[in-house]
Write a protein that binds this ligand. Structure first.
Ligand SMILES: [Zn+2]
Length: 394
């Protein structure tokens, strides 16, 4: 058994600290771990015993960044891009993110739930027991709320813990509608989301083609007034001040960071804001990966997510995201496990997930292999044999 230990988040060198117990055992009651140790030290009585045959056990993974609810597809975009067409040509042909918004905004609640259910199931079978899911393809207030309702319905129907985030994703194509759109977000969408308890946090995509730092600050201050957590999609393509805003406002996480530069690394040392990297995007788009190694060496607390979405990261495996983080972001196997469990949980404001410890929900994985490192070594097959959530096999 391998698990991070103690309360997180873990920064820098502490990301390499794992508790590894050979011949381990744990006891579960009422969905929680009640005892964890070496099998030889167990002296209690259990109503039922489960022998995993010497296979490795790790905590359930936490996927801290997904856009798992969408309608339509981007297969034609993918084919066009990999055939040499430019992003502008794809947009001109009606593709790109606005095609996903058109399809998602037109989808009924039932359709959105039905489309997302197998994606959530795929993440769970890949080891995720807690999954953040963002809105952001609805655009209008009504369609954004419908996306959040779909996440709520998925959470109630399944075993995995889903953590919903309201994402303010893309401004109107017509610049004249921009102020009116932002007014709707501030006066209607965020208050209604908070009133109905439909999201734990608000996220903003800050980028040259998306929202400015000033606009993000206004949106996130509104979120804070409504007692919601805050997150930022930052430094994906350009460094325009989003990261500094996130750290200044004490965001739960700042996600992407591919364009993060050396002079920004030190700001993460000891910061409570988690640096979340998303290697699926780097692989799918063929772009440079976020400097995970340098961020950890500078003292950051790193998390890794799939960023599951139709346009830039069709990655349906949370354990594969960790495997990619080792290859593309330079993480050690140990760091990847911490990044995909405890630190990812902290990026969602959760302190009771991401480790195997008495008192916490019994979310854990039985791997196919006897060595836990197979989780981040394996490519193209599922290293996870069983996903257990709250003491029940999913
Ligand atoms: Zn994203």
């Amino acid at each position: 058994m391998a698990t991070p230990l103690g309360e997180g988040p873990k920064h820098g060198a502490a990301m390499s600290e794992l508790l590894v117990v050979e011949h381990a055992a744990f006891a579960i009651a009422d969905g929680r771990f009640v005892w964890v140790g070496r099998a030889a030290d167990w002296s209690g009585e259990a109503a039922r015993a489960l022998d995993v045959g010497g296979r490795a056990v790790v905590p359930g993974l936490v996927d801290p960044h997904t856009h798992a609810v969408w309608a339509g597809d981007r297969l034609a975009d993918f084919d066009a891009r990999t055939s040499g067409r430019s992003y502008e040509e794809i947009l001109a042909a009606g593709g790109g993110i606005r095609s996903t918004i058109r399809a998602t905004a037109a989808g009924s609640l039932d359709e959105l739930v039905a489309l997302a259910r197998p994606r959530i199931a795929a993440l769970v079978s890949s080891g995720a027991t807690t999954i953040e899911v963002k809105s952001g393809y609805g655009f209008s207030v009504a369609a954004e709320l419908r996306m959040l309702e779909a996440i709520d319905a998925l959470a109630k129907a399944g075993r995995a813990r889903l953590v919903p985030t309201l994402l303010i994703h893309i401004p109107p194509a017509d610049a004249r509608e921009r102020d009116g759109y932002l007014a709707g977000v501030i006066e209607e969408l965020i208050p209604e989301t908070a009133r109905r308890g439909l999201a734990a946090a608000v996220d903003v995509f800050v980028e040259r083609e998306a929202f400015s730092v000033e606009e993000a600050r206004t949106i996130l201050e509104c979120a804070r007034e409504h007692r919601l957590g805050i997150k930022i999609h930052a430094e994906q393509f350009h460094s325009i001040g989003a990261l500094e805003l996130a750290l200044r406002m004490g965001a739960l996480s700042v996600d992407h960071l591919e364009a993060c530069t050396a002079k920004q690394f030190a700001a993460f040392a000891g910061a409570k804001t988690i640096a979340t990297v998303l290697p699926g995007v780097s692989l799918h788009l063929g772009l440079p990966a976020a400097p995970g190694r340098a961020l950890i060496d500078a003292g950051a607390a790193l998390a890794v997510g799939t960023d599951l979405n139709p346009g830039s990261s069709p990655l349906f495996s949370t354990s594969a995201a960790l495997a990619l983080a080792v290859r593309l972001n330079g993480l050690k196997a140990r760091e990847a496990l911490v990044a995909g469990t405890m630190n990812a949980a902290c990026s969602l404001g959760l302190l009771d997930a991401g480790r195997i410890e008495a008192g916490l929900p019994a979310d854990f994985l039985v791997l196919e292999d006897r060595d836990w490192r197979s989780l981040v070594y394996t490519l193209g097959a599922n290293a996870v044999r069983e996903t257990w959530i709250g003491g029940v096999k999913a």
